[in-house]
Design a protein around this ligand. Structure first.
Ligand code: FCB
Length: 457
């Protein structure tokens, strides 16, 4: 096994090692202290949407166990915690009354982090849209972008003085395409026109939120977390290479281009632009405000071939087979070189600010045996991918930190609780947490930081 102490030498002294979670996936207490349902509460209670009809009612019960969970994070020796705030706890109906009790929870959580010397990296939207907003169309309605701006203001006014960084959205690819086009995530819609509306209004909401953050808490570094896909052609035929470029535009460009260049990608626009909602005069200016950082969530590459079907809808691609034989228990190909080529390609195409890997990790479902969890394949995954991050730093890319997904096993969206990504195992019957072999290794690495002559502020 790679000695974490030696491995630590490959990272600069101020590199941030953290762990990540998201509100709906861990909190539970879905009806506590004035919280109202989100689209995920509704979706997970419908038959046939989530594996085993699992839901977020209890999850990891983090809402009640937050203090011991923060003690666990502290004991793991990491310096950053990435978590998300549940909009339905703060403005339970999306618009309308503010719920002070919801704000109090995050107030305590953030103070708890500060007291333990852990940096607070907050995400404002990790998919739990207040259900009441669906009455107006959810993300397919322009009004939701303004509701999000107001929710941002409420958060920043109350918590902005203690946040180390804030991200507007987590993986808009999922809350747009996966949720409105592919029907896998809430609200489970399968409609290109609806998805194109959700796309533009999500981008607009990001921009409006950045405005609000800058106005209220100008010192908090603001960013956006994207699950950029390394779109690799299934062969070196011209058709597949062109397909990979279209896939880039559709899966990455529709988020990166408006935010970092102030425009939508050209081929995408000529194929689908007429079905988008009206782009108002200042929209792209609002969307493309400069960011202080961006977050990359990476798990697996996307391999594509040209779709030969006549009249296939843009991006007109089909999936191509994996190259690596190794896959995780959720069926995702393990292929670390794509992380390297992806970062290089994105910095080549866009003027990007500094980068944090805001999620990376692996699904393996080993259980506790004799008080321990031997998840060697997850440990191997971390070593392989962190090694790529170290190479990227060496090559001069501004990689500032890395958050493991996830601190602990949790509600894995459409897969329910059957898919486990944690460094820490959760027994859902007893809520007992057990640090896995990978978690022990990661803590040994993280505990080395900050190191050398670097002095934290
Ligand atoms: C990402 C999500 C995160 C988690 C991981 C496995 O797409 O942001 O919530 O579910 O995948």
């Amino acid at each position: 096994m790679i000695d974490p102490k030696l491995f630590a030498d490959r990272f600069p002294g101020d590199f941030l090692f953290g762990v990540a979670t998201a509100s709906f996936q861990i909190e539970g207490a879905s009806k506590a202290d004035g919280r109202k349902p989100s689209i995920w509460d509704a979706f997970s209670n419908m038959p046939g949407r989530v594996f085993g009809r699992h839901n977020g009612d209890v999850a990891c019960d983090h809402y009640n166990r937050w203090e011991s969970d923060l003690d666990l994070i502290k004991a793991m020796g990491v310096t950053g915690y990435r978590f998300s705030i549940a909009w339905p706890r703060i403005v339970p109906e999306g618009t309308g009354p503010i719920n002070e009790a919801g704000l109090d929870f995050y107030d305590r959580l953030i103070d708890g982090l500060k007291a333990r010397g852990i940096k607070a990296y907050t995400t404002l939207y990790h998919w739990d849209l207040p259900l009441a907003l669906m009455g107006d169309g959810g993300w397919t309605a322009r009004s939701t972008a303004y509701a999000f701006q107001r929710y941002t203001k409420v958060i920043m006014e109350r918590l902005g003085d203690r946040l180390d960084a804030v991200a507007t959205f987590n993986e808009p690819w999922c809350s747009v395409w996966l949720s409105h086009l592919y029907g896998i995530h809430a609200p489970g819609e399968r409609n290109m026109d609806a998805a194109l509306h959700a796309l533009h209004y999500t981008n607009l909401a990001h921009g409006l939120s950045v405005q609000a953050i800058r106005e209220i808490a100008p010192n908090v570094p603001v960013g956006l977390v994207l699950n950029a896909h390394e779109t690799l052609p299934g062969s070196d035929s011209a058709a597949d290479i062109a397909a990979a470029e279209r896939a880039h535009q559709f899966h990455n460009g529709v988020f990166f281009d408006p935010v970092f260049k102030g425009e939508y990608p050209a081929d995408f626009l000529s194929a689908l632009g007429s079905r988008m909602p009206k782009i108002e005069e200042n929209d792209l200016e609002i969307i493309s405000q400069k960011l202080d950082w961006w977050g990359l969530n990476y798990y697996t590459p996307m391999r594509v071939s040209d779709d030969p079907a006549p009249g296939a809808e843009f991006p007109a691609t089909i999936g191509a087979p994996p190259v690596s034989k190794v896959q995780t228990d959720i069926g995702w190909e393990v292929y670390a070189p794509a992380l390297k080529s992806l970062v290089a390609r994105l910095y080549g195409r866009y003027e990007l600010p500094v980068c944090y890997i805001t999620e990376n990790g692996a699904c393996y479902n080993m259980e506790v045996e004799n008080g321990a969890v031997d998840d060697q394949p997850r440990l191997d995954y971390y070593v392989e991918h962190l090694s790529v991050v170290a190479d990227l730093i060496q090559d001069g890319y501004p990689m500032h930190g890395y958050f493991a997904w996830s601190l602990m096993d949790n509600f894995e969206w459409a897969e329910g609780y059957r898919m486990r990504f944690g460094l820490v195992h959760v027994d859902y019957d007893t809520q007992v947490r057990t640090v896995k072999k990978s978690g022990k290794w990661y803590s040994a690495l993280a505990a080395e930081f900050p190191k050398g002559n670097f002095k934290p502020d």
